[in-house]
Design a protein around this ligand. Structure first.
Ligand code: CP
Length: 306
């Protein structure tokens, strides 16, 4: 039963609930008109204390496509946070107006705190470098659609694996399925955090690390590219030194399997050359569309209309 629940981290959902949400998203893709009124009278609030294009706008598009309404802010400077209001007071207030809240906040743990003060479901739309569970659902629906399911994949995570919350979230979520293997491709300074590898050890997931993308790209079913997260660096010199560590181009793609797919949560900076966009294996713009459909399914489930 998903009605009334919060979604703070990917594994708040069971494997069967992920199937239920992905299955509903697939039904919506096939016949969107049948779902165009199911959230009539419901309101989604998008509270974004950090910049976003895809997550905020896809949440809002999702609710509008379900026949519901949206309100919120895309910059905390335009909210009473700028006057010193606490997160708990903001959430107590907004949750008395709406049926579901999607919130992005730069502080790790902010979504969990929000859920403790809310009268309606809180969806974590990203909390600092921690989790981004609806990006994970987006990634999983894309993998299910393009690679046929969640088992038996060799997944290469490439780029900023230290600060990349989408990597932490997807690695955790996919660790519950059989026969997946991970290759973490990053500079030494941007390796995946120990709390993530500890979870993988506990789940019995096989993983290796690599510094050169060229040396492992031929082994991959899924290449998950990420940008170096400028906003999480303390020192600009370190960012400048590391920002172009990986640039996927057609030459590197020529070393990859014919059925590999390239995912990226976006935004992209330099890490995928635009020439790769025309490669049929480039799936990152399909991924953004799947993101809207999976958010439609999630909203409908959490507000309890389906
Ligand atoms: N993938 C993602 O979170 O993109 P935005 O930062 O644009 O929302």
């Amino acid at each position: 039963m998903l009605k009334g629940r919060n979604l703070i981290k990917p594994n708040d959902l069971t494997v069967s609930e992920i199937d239920e949400i992905c299955g509903l998203a697939e039904q919506i893709i096939v016949d969107p008109n049948s779902f165009s009124d199911v959230c009539r009278g419901k309101i989604l609030a998008t509270l974004f204390f950090e910049p976003s294009t895809r997550t905020r706008l896809s949440f809002e598009a999702a609710m509008l496509h379900l026949g519901g309404a949206v309100e919120g802010f895309s910059d905390a400077a335009n909210s009473s946070t700028a006057k010193g209001e606490s997160l708990s007071d903001t959430i107590r207030t907004v949750s008395s107006y709406v049926d579901v809240i999607a919130m992005r906040n730069p502080k790790e743990g902010a979504a969990l705190v929000a859920s403790q003060y809310s009268n309606c479901p809180i969806i974590n739309a990203g909390d600092g470098g921690h989790y981004h569970p609806t990006q994970t659902l987006t990634d999983m629906l894309t993998i299910r659609a393009l690679q046929g399911g969640f088992e038996g994949h060799t997944i290469g995570f490439c780029g900023d694996l230290k600060f990349g919350r989408t990597v932490h979230s997807l690695a955790e979520a996919m660790s519950r399925y059989k026969n997946n293997r991970y290759i973490f491709i990053s500079p030494n300074e941007l390796q995946v955090p120990e709390y993530v590898t500890q979870e993988l050890d506990e789940a019995g997931i096989e993983y290796t690390t690599a510094e050169r993308l060229e040396s492992v790209i031929g082994d991959l079913d899924i290449l998950y590219m990420t940008r170096v997260q400028k906003e999480r660096f303390f020192n600009e010199q370190d960012y400048i030194r590391l920002k172009d560590s990986y640039i996927l181009d057609n030459q590197k793609m020529s070393l990859a399997r014919k059925n590999m797919i390239v995912l990226h949560p976006l935004p992209r900076v330099n890490e995928i050359a635009p020439e790769v966009d025309n490669d049929p294996r480039a799936a990152y713009f399909k991924q953004v569309k799947y993101g809207m459909y999976v958010r439609m399914a999630l909203i409908a489930k959490l507000v309890g209309v389906l």
